[in-house]
Design a protein around this ligand. Structure first.
Ligand code: FM0
Length: 324
């Protein structure tokens, strides 16, 4: 006890999306999903359990946090305390190296780093599968950030069978994600609320589940065959299918704004010019462009021409969880 542990976890972007829970309490998804962990964006989290503390204390990027984020963190730490058989409070210091406005799910890297640092600081030595299950209890997509490169979150049926595992941690194909940051605004509808509204009201939800199962098999084959074109086409199709659930929810909602559609259009025009570029979007208006290193310059020039004030970050495949 009183041992300070620091862990680093990188964010991931899903190529086959997770969008709905069959068990919200345990965060068991309706479908399996597959993501790419990125090198550029990560969270460092330090945790120390200290019997002199009268409650959990959290700082994020040097700022004390006392709102619902602290409550969510303490609720998560209660799971760790229960696993370790302790009732000590903890001090958590988290630093996000994620441009929050980029719409990159910092909850994925955040809860993965918290799972790794808090469990070890509590005296547990969990293997990566158990860490993935624990991170999942904080945020579903965090289960995948335990691993580097391509990772699959197997939906499973319960807490024991729902976890991520590596598909290819040392990525062989030339692949990158260009994050295009246009809209700095904080998203109105969180992913947790958005997906549950979609599952409850979209008439196409069951079709999404069936399609997603097929897409996942094809995606794994594309990775195994280093088939970038199939990966890109499928990732864009899967993302659009996911967002179609939001358009057909009742009442309808969308994370897209005009710039989202303009970037989507730009990506399609690039393909008409023979440039391999594909779009994926999560619970926010910003677009991530799946591409290869050879196309970086032509894509960045096209973006700058139409969106002079856009900031573009190039992210390559990144590593799994590590301790600092
Ligand atoms: O990452 C993906 O598969 C797709 C999304 O990013 C959105 F497009 C979902 C992320 O959901 P998350 O924040 O993990 O939800 P939680 O389990 O309610 O915390």
């Amino acid at each position: 006890m009183n041992k300070k542990v620091t862990a680093r976890a990188h964010t991931n972007i899903a190529l086959i999306k997770y969008w709905g829970k069959k068990n919200p309490e345990l965060i068991i998804p309706t479908t399996s999903s597959l993501s790419l962990t990125l090198d550029q964006f990560y969270t460092d989290t330090a945790v120390v359990f200290n019997s002199n503390l009268s409650h959990d204390e959290l700082t994020l990027n040097g700022q004390p946090i006392t709102d619902h984020t602290l409550l969510k963190t303490s609720t998560f730490l209660d799971i760790v305390r229960q696993m370790a058989g302790i009732n000590t409070f903890a001090r958590i210091e988290s630093t996000n190296h994620v441009p929050t406005a980029a719409g990159l799910a910092s909850s994925a890297s955040g809860f993965a780093a918290l799972a790794a640092a808090s469990s070890k600081a509590a005296g547990l030595n969990l293997d990566r599968q158990a860490l993935s299950r624990l991170a999942r209890r904080g945020s579903g997509s965090a289960s995948r950030s335990i691993f580097g490169g391509f990772a699959e979150w197997i939906a499973g049926e319960d807490d024991l069978t729902s976890y991520a595992h590596p598909i290819q941690e040392n990525v062989t194909m030339d692949i990158q994600m260009l994050t295009v940051v246009l809209d700095g605004s904080v998203k109105k509808i969180g992913s947790r609320q958005g997906m549950q509204h979609a599952i409850a009201t979209s008439p196409f939800y069951d079709t999404w589940v069936a399609e997603s199962e097929v897409d996942l098999v094809t995606m794994k084959q594309a990775i195994a065959n280093n088939d970038f074109q199939t990966l890109g086409e499928l990732a864009e199709h899967n993302a659009l299918q996911m967002h179609s659930l939001n358009f057909t929810a009742k009442p309808a909602f969308t994370y897209f704004n005009g710039d989202t559609l303009n970037i989507l259009n730009l990506v399609q025009n690039l393909r008409h010019q023979g440039i391999q570029a594909y779009a994926t979007m999560d619970a926010g208006p910003n677009v991530k462009i799946i591409s290869q290193s050879t196309a970086t310059q032509v894509i960045c020039e096209a973006i700058k021409k139409d969106f002079p004030n856009a900031t573009v970050e190039v992210a390559k495949p990144g590593p799994g969880i590590s301790y600092l």
